[in-house]
Design a protein around this ligand. Structure first.
Ligand code: CS2
Length: 455
C-alpha cells in the first residue's frame, strides 16, 4: 500500500521562508532547490516559489506540501530523492503572498527563472515601456503600490516598495536565466521600472538591493506519465510532479549577499568574482549545440538529443560548431566538450528537441550569434554557426520541430514569401551587421537548402 506523499510522511519540516523564486519549473526544482536542500543550513532556508506562465506546478505541489521526487538518471543508474526546500508554492497571481514575503525582514534572496521574455526588455536592454502590459503595470503601481500587476519587473518593484515601506532592509536578487550577465540585465529593467513608478525607489534600490549574477546548468527534461508511474512503483507513493534530471549539475555564482544565503558552496556551488567565462562556455557550447540540434536534427527526423547526437552527420555539425565556439572562450573546453558528449549520450535521459526548440528568438541571439560575429570580425565565415541560423530559418518556415515562441507575432513576421526573403528577415532580426553582409545571406541559403532541398 502506498503512503500519502506529504511532509509528515516524507522529508523535513518546512523551513522558514527566506527566499522567493519567481517562475518555478522543472529546472529550478532540479537545480537551485536541490542545492538549497543540500546546503548544511537547509533547515533555515525555505523557498516560497511562484509559478510562471502556467499554474500547474502550484496545483500539483500544494497537496503534497511542496515536496517532490528528484529522479536522477545517471548514465549507469537511477536514484530517487525527496526534495523539501520548497516551503510554499503559490500561483503567479498571488501578489498578496508575494508582497508579504518581500516585506518580511527574514527574506534575504530572490531568484528567478522567467526566461529572457520575462525581463520585458527593449532591443537596447532597457525596460520596454512601450509594451502594453508594462505600461499598464506602471500606471497601476503609480495609483496603488499594491495593485494587481502581471509583468515580472512590476512585481519585483511592487515587492521592493513593500520592503522599503516595512523597513526590512537589504536583500539580493539573483536571476537564474540562461542569459549572459543576467544580474545586470535584470537590474536594468527593475531600476527602469522603479524610476517610472516612484523615482525615490531608485536610490533605495542602489543602497539596499544587490544584483548577483550566475550561470546555471543541469539538463532537465519535462515530466512524463512514465516518470510518475516509476516513482509510484519504486518509491511506494504517488507523486503528481516528480522531476527527471541528469547527474551532472553546475552553478557558478558571483555577487554580494548582504542578508545572507544558504551555504551553497558546501553543496557544490562555485563562488567566483566573474561568471562571464563560465557563462559563455555553457551558453555557447551546451545551449548553442542544443539549439543547433533542435532545429537541424529535427528536420532530419530525430526527436531527442540522445538520438540526434548518435547520428554521424549531426555529430559532425555539432563538432563544427564547437570548434568555432571554443576559439572565443577564455576557459578550457576540451574536457568540457567530452563531458558534454557523455551528457548528451546519456541513455537514461530522454530530452525532447521540440522542448529545446521553443523560444528560438531569445536563444539564437545569445547562443550562436556572438561567436559568429567574432569569426566575421576575423575574416572567416564558418559553417558551424551559420548552419544553426539556416536551420532556425527552415524551422520558422515549418520544417522540423513545431514553432513555439514567446514572441509569436515577431517570429511569424519573419517568414517571407520565399527562402531568400525569410533569410533577409531573420538576419535583419539578428542584427543589421549580419543583414548587410551578402556573404552571410548566401551561406545561410546554401546550408538551408542542404537541410531542406528545393525543386
Ligand atoms: C536547453 C536548456 O531548453 C533549452 O533551451 O538548451 O534548457 C538546457 O537543457 C539547460 O540550460 C541545461 O542546463
Amino acid at each position: 500500500m502506498s503512503t500519502v506523499f506529504n511532509r509528515e510522511n516524507h522529508g523535513r519540516p518546512a523551513a522558514p521562508i527566506r527566499m522567493i523564486h519567481l517562475g518555478i519549473g522543472n529546472f529550478t526544482r532540479a537545480h537551485q532547490a536541490w542545492y538549497t536542500e543540500h546546503a548544511p543550513d537547509a533547515a533555515e532556508w525555505g523557498i516560497a516559489a511562484f509559478t510562471g506562465r502556467r499554474p500547474d506546478a502550484a496545483r500539483a505541489l500544494e497537496p503534497q506540501d511542496g515536496l517532490y521526487t528528484l529522479i536522477t538518471r545517471g548514465a549507469d543508474g537511477v536514484s530517487y530523492e525527496v526534495i523539501s526546500s520548497l516551503s510554499r508554492v503559490h500561483e503567479a497571481g498571488d501578489l498578496e503572498a508575494l508582497l508579504g514575503y518581500f516585506a518580511s525582514p527574514e527574506l534575504a534572496v530572490l531568484t528567478s527563472t522567467v526566461t529572457e521574455a520575462g525581463y520585458m526588455r527593449a532591443t537596447d536592454g532597457s525596460l520596454d515601456v512601450a509594451n502594453a502590459g508594462v505600461a499598464a503595470d506602471i500606471e497601476a503601481l503609480r495609483a496603488d503600490p499594491r495593485a494587481e500587476v502581471s509583468t515580472t519587473p512590476a512585481k519585483v518593484v511592487a515587492g521592493l516598495l513593500a520592503r522599503r515601506e516595512a523597513g526590512s532592509g537589504a536583500m539580493t536578487i539573483l536571476p537564474c536565466d540562461n542569459l549572459p550577465e543576467n544580474g545586470e540585465a535584470f537590474a536594468r529593467v527593475i531600476t527602469d521600472c522603479a524610476r517610472e513608478v516612484d523615482p525615490g525607489l531608485v536610490e533605495w534600490i542602489e543602497e539596499n538591493v544587490s544584483f548577483a549574477t550566475c550561470m546555471v546548468d543541469r539538463i532537465t527534461p519535462a515530466t512524463t506519465d512514465e516518470d510518475r508511474a516509476e516513482v509510484a512503483k519504486e518509491c511506494g507513493y504517488d507523486d503528481a510532479s516528480p522531476v527527471p534530471t541528469e547527474a551532472f549539475s553546475e552553478w557558478v555564482v558571483a555577487g554580494e549577499f548582504p542578508a545572507g544565503r544558504p551555504r551553497w558552496e558546501e553543496a557544490g556551488v562555485t563562488i567566483v568574482e566573474d561568471v562571464t567565462p563560465f557563462e559563455d562556455r555553457k551558453l555557447w557550447m551546451l545551449n548553442g549545440s542544443h539549439s543547433l540540434m533542435a532545429y537541424a536534427a529535427t528536420i532530419r527526423g530525430f526527436p531527442t538529443v540522445g538520438e540526434a547526437i548518435m547520428d554521424e552527420e549531426v555529430r559532425r555539425w555539432v563538432n563544427e560548431w564547437w570548434d568555432v565556439a571554443a576559439k572565443h572562450l577564455q576557459v578550457e573546453s576540451d574536457e568540457y566538450r567530452q563531458a558534454l558528449l557523455d551528457r548528451f549520450e546519456n541513455p537514461n535521459i530522454r530530452h525532447l528537441l521540440a522542448q529545446i526548440a521553443a523560444d528560438g528568438s531569445q536563444k539564437i541571439p545569445v547562443r550562436i550569434v556572438p561567436a559568429l560575429r567574432e569569426e566575421i570580425k576575423e575574416g572567416r565565415l564558418p559553417d558551424g554557426p551559420v548552419r544553426a541560423i539556416a536551420a532556425w530559418t527552415q524551422h520558422l518556415r515549418g520544417h522540423g520541430a513545431p514553432v513555439k515562441d514567446a514572441q509569436e507575432e515577431l517570429v511569424k513576421g519573419l517568414v517571407g514569401a520565399d527562402l531568400d526573403e525569410t533569410i533577409a528577415n531573420v538576419l535583419g532580426f539578428l542584427g543589421e551587421d549580419l543583414a548587410a553582409n551578402a556573404d552571410v545571406a548566401a551561406r545561410v541559403k546554401t546550408l538551408a537548402l542542404d537541410l531542406v532541398p528545393e525543386g
